[in-house]
Design a protein around this ligand. Structure first.
Ligand code: MRU
Length: 584
């Protein structure tokens, strides 16, 4: 029996009796020895008073005496020690052997681990009775906890299910994967009054961001955006960093815009025009108090718009937008004498360009998809070849030629779109690829030099490109490589379509030969991402655009209809006579 009669030892002894280990004998074998011990009892009645016996190499040692025990603990832990065992000889300081049994919470009753067996002996003894003392059955959940758990499960199911639905069905990425994002933003009022993609905006705020879905066309917030604007602030997606990084950079001044257009951080005829005009709007808005007269504003706006045209002169859209704004301003200068109202009206007018471009592209998409579907008689879905980037990144949204491809895909008429990588600046492999992957449109990329073989060996139902400028006779200037595609299309009897808004049509220039072709730096050809890919000192020629003559073009698809190149001038003049508003 354990001899101590302290209160603690009595308490522990009673507990041990309850759990059925009191007076029991146990054994454990380590790598070097076997230990037999009794819990407050003798493991071997023939060796009197020996509470723990160690058997090692045919020798037996007593590790502690029964009448030299101590028993202590609480209901979470217990400790049984024995002392005054066999004395060590010439080791461990010649002291007597002693041992401790630590009782710990564990599910296997009587499972013993030898923790220490060098001079001192320590054992761990698993005891389920030392684990939680609260019986499971008494842990009842309250009604509100159950309700909360159900709510949590439903919310998780909604979030996880919604997340996958948005991702898989709609191709959503980033924050757009949150189900009903629009709704939560609106009820949570998470976006303030000057918000750019919510429906909570006050209705008297001009529709300056093209993401205002309620009143504008249903351009989805997930569409790639080249331009983000609200009054006083303009951001562009830096296309030089695509597809590696999606970074929006602020355009605070007209100079910022000129540089962004010139370096092609923003490119595409429509996007250039909108970015240029909105940079004037932003600078005008921030410096509005500095103007002291209406003629000074008129002068400022005219000069700046003309300056912006020089950033990339081949594209006509910037010239057209500049002319339209100046044509609007001159009569307004006579009509409106209040400086603040004059500036506000001007800003409203410039901001309408966003919506106009989007409307144009939507119409081009629909008219183009219809026309191609009617003209190309095949039972199969269509395979289209396109060049450069003419999508959301080249415009305010949706795109011109790529807009038609989007529409064909939506109408389930598209089998595949081939697109060229578009050397030297890779607008195809960097930008068109980015949009096609984003929109999950079936696609295959080719090098520019593969177009001939492709048309000869694979079914290609149409070639579809955009335009930087269309002259009165129906010639077009477009990104370099367009001309050779038109010749190849002719050779292989494939229709060659051009998609462009009427804002790209320049009736003041008669033929393509009069168009000034922008020359780009040679580094665009000799290096890639700052790495040399051509021999040092090589001489290069790098025209950004080429001219495709009207006779190689099957049709030109505009927002007002599909025209043959030779009927374009007459149709446009008729339209200009009938359309009243300069923004149409
Ligand atoms: C609005 S898309 C029409 C053109 O801008 C497009 O085809 C094009 O040529 C773009 O050229 P880029 O040199 O990338 O500005």
């Amino acid at each position: 029996d354990c001899s101590s009669e302290s209160d603690k030892s009595k308490f522990v002894r009673e507990k041990m009796k309850t759990w059925g280990i009191y007076n029991q004998i146990y054994s454990v074998t380590s790598r070097t020895a076997t230990y037999r011990f009794g819990i407050c009892s003798l493991p071997n009645n023939s060796i009197s008073n020996a509470a723990i016996l160690q058997e090692e190499n045919n020798e037996s040692h007593i590790l502690g005496q029964l009448d030299q025990s101590d028993l202590t603990g609480t209901d979470k832990w217990m400790l049984l020690t024995y002392e005054n065992g066999t004395r060590y000889v010439n080791t461990c300081g010649n002291k007597t052997r002693s041992a401790a049994i630590i009782f710990i919470c564990g599910q296997k009753l009587g499972d013993i681990t030898v923790v220490e067996e060098n001079c001192n002996y320590v054992f761990e003894f698993q005891l389920p009775g030392l684990c939680s003392t609260v019986p499971q059955a008494t842990k009842k959940l309250s009604g509100s906890v159950i309700f909360f758990i159900i709510l949590l499960c439903l919310a998780s199911a909604y979030l996880i299910g919604g997340f996958f639905y948005m991702r898989v069905k709609h191709g959503a990425r980033g924050i757009d994967q949150i189900p009903n994002l629009d709704f939560w933003q609106r009820i949570g009022n998470f976006i303030g009054e000057k918000c750019d993609h919510c429906r909570c905006c006050k209705t008297n705020v001009p529709r300056t961001g093209y993401l205002f879905q309620e009143s504008g066309p249903d351009l989805h917030v997930m569409d790639v955006q080249a331009i983000r604007y609200q009054r006083g602030s303009l951001l562009i997606l830096d296309q030089l960093r695509l597809p590696d990084e999606t970074v929006y950079v602020p355009i605070n001044t007209i100079d910022d815009a000129w540089k962004a257009i010139h370096t092609m951080a923003i490119r595409g005829a429509s996007a250039i025009a909108v970015c240029g005009v909105l940079s004037v709007a932003v600078e005008l808005y921030h410096s509005r108090t500095k103007f002291d007269s209406i003629p000074s504003i008129l002068q400022f706006v005219t000069d700046q718009l003309n300056y912006l045209i020089t950033a990339r002169p081949t594209a006509f859209n910037m010239t057209e937008a500049a002319k339209m704004i100046i044509d609007y301003l001159i009569p307004l200068s006579n009509k409106q004498q209040n400086l603040t109202l004059y500036i506000n009206e001007l800003l409203d007018f410039m901001e309408q360009l966003l919506q106009r471009d989007l409307d144009h592209n939507r119409s081009i998409g629909q008219l183009g998809a219809e026309m191609i579907h009617q003209q190309i008689t095949t039972k199969k879905k269509l395979t289209i070849l396109t060049h450069a980037n003419t999508g959301s990144l080249a415009t305010v949204g949706f795109g011109t030629a790529l807009g038609i491809i989007r529409q064909l895909n939506t109408n389930n008429l598209l089998q595949l779109v081939y697109f060229t990588e578009t050397r030297p600046c890779n607008q195809g492999s960097r930008l068109t690829a980015y949009e096609l992957v984003h929109d999950r449109i079936p696609h295959t990329m080719i090098c520019d030099s593969m177009a001939g073989l492709l048309m000869r060996t694979q079914p290609v139902h149409a070639v579809l490109v955009g335009a930087e400028r269309i002259t009165a006779n129906g010639d077009i200037a477009n990104i370099i490589g367009t001309y050779q595609l038109a010749i190849l299309a002719k050779q292989h009897d494939i229709p060659f379509y051009v998609a462009a808004a009427t804002t790209s049509i320049d009736l003041t220039t008669r033929t393509g030969s009069q168009i000034i072709i922008e020359q780009r730096p040679s580094s665009e050809m000799t290096s890639l991402k700052g790495m040399n890919i051509a021999a040092e000192g090589v001489q290069v020629w790098n025209p950004a655009f080429d001219i495709t003559p009207a006779q190689l073009i099957s049709s030109i698809i505009t927002e007002h209809g599909v025209f043959k190149p030779d009927e374009l001038e007459e149709k446009l003049l008729t339209l200009q006579r009938t359309v009243k508003s300069p923004i149409s």
